[in-house]
Design a protein around this ligand. Structure first.
Ligand SMILES: [Zn+2]
Ligand SMILES: [Zn+2]
Length: 332
């Protein structure tokens, strides 16, 4: 009998599904690509055909121009070659999906990036039991335990309240993190206009188009210092300490990322107010998910593989590390 999962092959540039002749999240242009979500380390331009959720395709159109897209609804089963394929919510960002592959009586689930905690901007992760679970491990170390999101948002809003003469400049990635922060703030009762850097505008519009209510957003560029006092300003992390931020009234620099758990990373970016808000599963979510899915094998991509591999082995789950390239650019 063939080895479990012998019909899919991990290459450094992505996962190849032989009986479907298709790639998952390939980092090189391929004739047929299945894309889990719109982050730049998973979704790239230049493929011959792209299967993804309508949201992911819209994000790719927005970033790379029109795509040869084949929209797939969550839960819809399609057949490529000899493989049944479906996209299931991953709870990571708008449109993010796990990809479920069935062939020869085996089910393989490719998680893409995922998280388990609630996110008001996307559909929640749906567990699919499988023989092989191919999981991300961005925060695959026991030290990574993300605090409750509401606590972090409350710290942010408290700091704003305590400093009415200043503004808080929050670094957040343009896809997913920025919109989630906005909605989380709305959920915690903050209904003032939120000012955004121009680089966030198109994706915020896209989220709104897909029904995610962001409340009143205003362009930060052009606003006076007086107007920005006591306000939240969102910008991509790269703009935190550059010239752009000098126009702001004595900003308190914040950054929202799972990496803010690591003090040194916060210091490197001169972040005064680190907010641990992550779109990835933390250690507990990773291990709880594996326990819940009860796969026979776990293949680990994309992050700190070693500790999770060890965790699996001690529970008699076969585990292997896949060395894919090109991950972790804008992901946190
Ligand atoms: Zn991602
Ligand atoms: Zn990623």
């Amino acid at each position: 009998m063939a080895r479990l999962g012998s019909w899919i092959e991990p290459f450094s540039e992505g996962i190849y599904i032989r009986p479907a002749d298709a790639w998952i999240d390939p980092s090189q242009p391929k004739p047929r690509a299945l894309v889990t979500h719109g982050h730049g380390d998973h979704a790239r331009g230049g493929h011959g055909a792209v299967w993804a959720t309508a949201e992911t395709l819209a994000i790719m159109d927005c970033r790379y121009g029109p795509q040869p897209g084949k929209p797939v609804a969550y839960g819809e089963v399609m057949r490529l070659g000899d493989v049944d394929i479906s996209f299931v919510p991953a709870g990571h960002v708008l449109g993010s999906a796990q990809i479920v592959l069935e062939h020869g009586g085996e089910r393989i689930v490719v998680s893409g990036d995922y998280k388990r905690r609630p996110d008001p901007t996307c559909a929640p992760f749906e567990p699919v039991p499988c023989e092989i679970f191919i999981t991300e491990a961005t925060f695959g170390l026991p030290v990574f335990r993300h605090p409750a999101t509401a606590e972090e948002i409350d710290r942010l809003l408290q700091r704003l309240h305590d400093n009415p003469e200043r503004c808080i400049l929050v670094g957040a990635y343009a896809l997913g993190k920025a919109q989630r922060l906005i909605v989380e703030m709305r959920c915690r009762g903050h209904h003032d206009p939120i000012y955004i850097h121009g680089a966030l505008e198109r994706l915020c519009e896209l989220y709104a188009r897909f029904g995610v209510a962001l409340g009143e957003l205003r362009p930060a560029t052009g606003a006076t210092k007086e107007e920005l006092k006591g306000k939240i300003v969102l910008a991509p992390p790269g703009c935190l300490n550059d010239r752009w931020s000098r126009r702001l009234p004595d900003p308190i620099t914040a950054m929202a990322s799972g990496w803010m758990r690591v003090r040194q990373r916060a210091r490197q970016r001169l972040v005064e107010l680190p907010l641990i808000v992550s779109d990835h599963a933390d250690w507990d979510e990773l291990t709880r998910t594996i326990a819940e899915l009860a796969p026979r094998e776990v293949w680990i991509t994309h992050g700190r593989e070693e500790a999770l591999k060890h965790w699996c082995m001690t529970r008699q789950i076969k585990a292997r590390e896949l060395n894919l390239v090109g991950f972790e650019d804008e992901d946190d």
